[in-house]
Design a protein around this ligand. Structure first.
Ligand code: C2E
Ligand code: MG
Ligand code: MG
Length: 258
């Protein structure tokens, strides 16, 4: 655990932001925070270190670091009068059973003067299905303090349909696997279209993940999926790249803060 804390202090972890776009207008409406590890010039992707941290439970430290950094970023943008939109962070299953988790979240919100309506907590479908009762309680508790809750990787685990019946999820992220070879797979098209229709009636927003082609975008427009995330529009970007491309930071404000 000490190694992880040391690595955080040495700024070896960096947050990348992948923008999300309104399907209809193609304007940016949000972003997902994705962690990367940078040692010298080598960039390490999460699948190389997250499994180990998941095993040890240290992932919770990393997740809270990501949340705090995202809150700081939003504060900086707010002070610079820049447009604000929700940013999602990935929450490990380890948080769900932690009785102090809600307190921990509230503490970060208070310390960073953050608005929970601008933070979306992503729980994966697999995590939720693992223990529905625990997930339900955790989702209700974080919604109560104002966070948005989304279900990530929907369609990859065992069916989470029964979960949707019990938990008021704000956003449902339809997994990339549905969109692979979508043009050829009529059954996948029918399933995705039905999920989007169902979510509209449940007042749950839909995000299509891993969208890479124009054909996929056209299909999602046709079926009125709300939001698109994927390489077709943008890969995850460093904070600097993201700010340069999607926000204009006023240099005066940056100077005042030095
Ligand atoms: P995820 O939450 O489902 O995030 C989406 C992943 O898909 C990201 O991979 C993203 O870079 C990738 N992706 C986005 N658009 C496309 C596309 O068009 N095509 C393809 N092929 N891939 C696309 P990444 O950043 O490597 O993250 C992998 C997973 O690691 C994430 O999946 C998430 O489960 C986990 N993860 C990342 N950051 C964190 C974190 O801070 N905490 C926790 N607990 N998990 C994290
Ligand atoms: Mg995610
Ligand atoms: Mg996902």
């Amino acid at each position: 655990m000490d190694d992880l804390i040391k690595a955080i202090r040495k700024n070896e972890f960096q947050i990348y932001l992948q923008p999300k776009f309104d399907t209809r207008t193609e304007k940016i409406v949000g972003a997902e925070a994705l962690i990367r590890k940078q040692i010298k010039n080598r960039m390490i992707l999460p699948n190389e270190f997250i499994p180990l941290y998941e095993e040890t439970g240290w992932i919770t430290i990393l997740d809270m670091y990501v949340l705090r950094e995202v809150c700081k970023l939003q504060k900086k943008w707010k002070e610079a009068n820049l447009p604000l939109f929700p940013i999602s962070i990935n929450e490990s299953r380890h948080h769900l059973k932690n009785p102090n988790h809600v307190k921990e979240l509230e503490e970060i919100l208070r310390q960073e003067e953050a608005n929970p309506r601008l933070i979306e907590l992503e729980m994966t479908e697999t995590t939720v299905v693992e223990d529905i009762e625990v997930a339900k309680k955790a989702a209700e508790a974080v919604k109560k303090i104002g966070f948005l809750v989304s279900m990530d990787d929907f369609g990859t685990g065992y069916s989470a349909f029964n979960v949707l019946k019990d938990i008021e999820i704000d956003i449902l992220k339809i997994d990339k696997t549905f969109f692979d070879e979508l043009e050829k797979n009529k059954r996948a098209q029918i399933i995705v279209e039905s999920i989007v229709k169902m979510c509209k009636r449940l007042k749950t927003k839909t995000v299509a993940e891993g969208i890479e082609t124009k054909e996929q975008v056209d299909f999602l427009k046709r079926i009125h999926c709300d939001i698109i995330q994927g390489y077709y529009f943008s890969k995850p970007l460093s904070i600097k790249e993201f700010e340069d491309k999607y926000l204009k930071i006023d240099p005066e404000i940056e100077l005042q803060k030095e």
